[in-house]
Ligand binder design. Structure first.
Ligand code: ADP
Ligand code: MG
Length: 747
């Protein structure tokens, strides 16, 4: 029940005071269908605004359910309007890009009705206004009459006792107009409906009461149809709707993005472009930084932290001084030294595995992202193992945790290694070697796997494995000599390194030589051609037995590692493994006190960083300025383009206001829309960059590889920051548009 007592309203302008309403006394009750008529400027809209709490008044009192409203604050009126008044406008005020169903749903979302119930209720209501056949249609495709029926459906969904309508048939032909009036008439039985119209004839058959205004005064208040007036409250005792500040805006934001695919795609394109620029820019910085700090004067490939390379410098003649057993013993006795590696070629030799036990299908090369290096087993201990055991013999290795496999797979491998080993072959690429010669090791065995957090990625071997590999390199002219006897005369054929390759097969016995079928043919041909007897094979002066296998490379031969020459070459460089990297400096100091030169990659690269830090600082500052400039440009660009796209839906935001969503929530809603777009753009770029990185496109992939995980995080933060800036700027712009502009009828 709504009651006005001596209500007056004036519009004060600078020079004049215009009378809006003058001493109006009226009372409205549930069940009434009231038409307010009067000529233009008579105060119809003003009256409607006052009784629906949209506009204030100067004199008199407005009672809602017999309660004075003079103590109502702006927020109280807002709450009253939101919960108890539904508006129907001449211009419909529907969200044009929503479907019929969504427009009705919108009113229910605001009331926090859960999805299932929401759709059920919405369908019911749509049926009541006769739009079931158009339920999925986009609102913009509806005819005027249908739109107004939808507006009524939405008002019904709002489920208020009080409906105000401003010229609801003003834009409709007479037939549709009458249908609307009939609908309102049917609804009015348990509601209070007040309708403003200048076409009294049209509404007369449906209304219960007529009020005519003239110059702001009520000049006629006539009952047209006697109804049973119910003294029922307008403000029903409903439970206040719990208003989660984020939940409702989030639902609408998603609905908005989905219901305007063209706009969404446009915004996405803009954000993808700007994010892409950001990624490219940052990649440039990361690349320059990486290239500048790349340390290339280190005399080895595998610069792991615990390694110190030891040399003795040059003698007076300028020749390198070789290291001896006594050096070895001395170095081994040094404090903080874990291990001394005499034969270090193996440390700098990347491995490439094949013929791996197919049960596990371990593509170890790709699992390690690059070909793994070998590390001395002294770097790890029993407690670092996930499964299996430490290597004891040259043919045994421990692999580090396989990051590219999941935990389960790693555990599975570990369990297998607890029971038995995994056999594999390795190709060794000695990258120092100009010829790029590939050596091979057959029948390596994986005997263990480390836990997840072992710092080194690669394989761990005993020192003797490193020695074997060193020997493999240093066998200068390995040769097989085929000696034979023809009728008492002996002869020989030498197969040297220019003809055959050499490898180690750990499964061979000490006097065995493994050759491929091709070489077998060669030897038997020799027998046939020369009718030779007593053919004997020697490898480096030792007589050997041949074992024949179908090798994939015919011209290689494999020997037991014991057959390789030992220790007969001078060694100029050892590697020393320290227990603890914090002791690197002190170890290097005590080395130089004893006429050794020690070089640590870790310390050397720190020095490089120190030396470079000046230049890097200058470059970083320059990049910083450039970054700020770029971010401002990106911000402006994305703000302007997103603004032009989103502003076209500003009418929608005003409609949300009318439906009772607070300005704050509308800000959040638009913010979420922008932020979701930026996040999508980020993800899109992330996927594109990762794809490019893995496609191994020359230069491009390398460029991207300099962007590290933490850099991607930084980019994400910058992106979110940017999106919040844009969203904030945009929502401020939106909130400038006042509610009045939309809600005030006829204003
Ligand atoms: P109607 O809806 O019947 O055409 P209104 O309620 O819009 O009439 O206007 C009533 C009177 O108040 C008119 O004289 C109009 O000029 C005046 N009026 C309405 N709104 C304003 C306003 N915002 N500022 C000044 N005068 C106004
Ligand atoms: Mg008007």
């Amino acid at each position: 029940m709504i009651k006005l007592v001596d209500v007056s309203k004036y519009y004060k302008t600078e020079s004049t005071v215009v009378m809006g309403l003058h001493k109006v006394n009226l009372e409205f009750n549930i069940g009434e269908f009231v038409a307010i008529t009067g000529e233009s400027g008579s105060g119809k809209s003003t009256l409607l605004n006052v009784i629906s709490g949209v506009d204030s008044y100067e004199d008199g009192e407005l009672y809602i359910d017999n309660e004075e409203t003079s103590y109502y604050s702006q927020a109280d009126f807002e709450k009253f309007r939101k919960e108890h008044v539904a508006f129907i406008f001449q211009s419909y005020n529907l969200i044009e890009n929503y479907s019929v169903l969504q427009n009705v749903e919108a009113a229910l979302i605001i009331k926090n009705v859960e999805k299932k119930e929401r759709i059920k209720r919405a369908k019911n209501i749509i049926d009541r206004v006769g739009l079931t056949s158009r339920i999925r249609a986009k609102t913009s495709k509806l005819s005027g009459g249908e739109k107004q029926r939808l507006a009524i459906a939405r008002a019904l969904a709002q489920n208020t006792k009080f409906i105000v309508a401003d010229e609801p048939t003003g834009n409709l032909d007479s037939k549709s107009g009458e249908a609307i009036l009939k609908l309102l008439h049917d609804l009015s039985k348990d509601k209070l409906i007040i309708i403003v119209t200048h076409n009294y004839e049209q509404v007369e058959p449906y209304i219960t009461r007529k009020i005519r205004l003239f110059d702001g005064e009520v000049v006629e208040d006539k009952i047209i149809k006697q109804i049973e007036v119910v003294e029922e409250n307008i403000i029903k005792n409903q439970n206040g709707v719990k208003n989660n500040i984020f939940k409702i805006p989030l639902k609408f934001a998603l609905m908005n993005l989905l219901s305007q695919p063209k706009k969404t795609i446009l915004i996405l394109l803009v954000t993808i472009m700007t994010t892409f620029f950001l990624f490219i820019f940052y990649g440039g910085y990361a690349t320059i930084k990486a290239v500048m700090t790349d340390f290339s004067s280190y005399p080895a490939y595998n610069g792991f932290d615990e390694r110190i390379i030891i040399t003795k410098g040059k003698d007076d003649q300028g020749n390198n001084i070789s290291l001896t057993e006594s050096d070895y013993d001395f170095l081994k006795s040094l404090k903080y030294v874990d291990d001394v590696i005499k034969y270090e070629e193996g440390l700098d030799t990347p491995l490439n595995f094949n013929n791996i036990d197919y049960e596990y299908d371990l593509k170890i090369t790709s699992l390690y992202n690059q070909e793994p290096y070998m590390y001395p087993v002294s770097l790890i201990s029993e407690t670092d193992l996930l499964g299996g055991r430490l290597p004891e013999n040259p043919n045994e290795i421990v692999i580090s945790y396989l990051e590219s496999y999941n935990k389960t797979k790693n555990n599975e491998i570990a369990e297998h290694l607890n029971a038995s080993s995994i056999k594999l072959d390795a190709n060794l690429k000695h990258i120092n070697n100009v010829s790029g010669e590939v050596f091979k090791i057959k029948n390596f065995e994986i005997v263990g796997i480390t836990k997840e957090n072992t710092e080194v990625f690669g394989v761990f071997v005993v020192d003797d494995t490193l020695k074997d590999i060193s020997n493999l390199y240093n066998v200068s002219e390995p040769k097989i000599v085929v000696k034979y006897n023809i009728e008492g005369e002996s002869g020989e054929v030498i197969l040297d390194r220019s003809y055959v390759g050499i490898g180690i097969d750990y499964s061979l016995k000490e006097n065995e030589l493994l050759i491929g079928t091709e070489m077998e043919d060669f030897i038997s041909n020799l027998e046939d051609e020369n009718n030779a007897q007593n053919i004997k094979l020697f490898y480096e002066d030792k007589e050997i037995q041949i074992v024949i296998e179908n090798l994939d490379d015919y011209y290689s031969f494999y020997v037991n590692s014991n057959l390789l020459i030992e220790d007969s070459f001078p060694i100029y460089q050892y590697s020393l493994i320290v227990k603890d990297t914090t002791k690197l400096k002190s170890v290097i100091n005590s080395l130089s006190n004893n006429q050794y030169e020690g070089l640590s990659y870790l310390l050397a690269s720190e020095n490089v960083d120190d030396n470079l830090s000046g230049d890097l600082l200058v470059i970083s500052i320059a990049f910083g300025f450039y970054a700020i400039f770029l971010i401002v440009i990106i911000y402006l660009f994305s703000y302007l383009s997103i603004r032009s796209v989103l502003l076209s839906s500003k009418k929608n935001y005003n409609i949300f206001r009318v439906l009772g969503i607070s300005p704050k929530q509308i800000q959040i809603m638009s913010g979420i829309e922008v932020i979701i777009s930026f996040l999508y753009a980020y993800l899109f770029n992330l996927v594109v960059f990762i794809l490019i990185k893995n496609l191994n496109i020359k230069y491009v992939s390398e460029y991207i590889s300099y962007i590290k995980f933490t850099d991607y995080l930084l980019l994400l933060i910058v992106n979110i920051g940017l999106s919040i800036l844009v969203a904030n700027r945009y929502s401020k712009l939106l909130s400038k548009r006042s509610l009045m502009a939309t809600v005030k009828v006829g204003g």
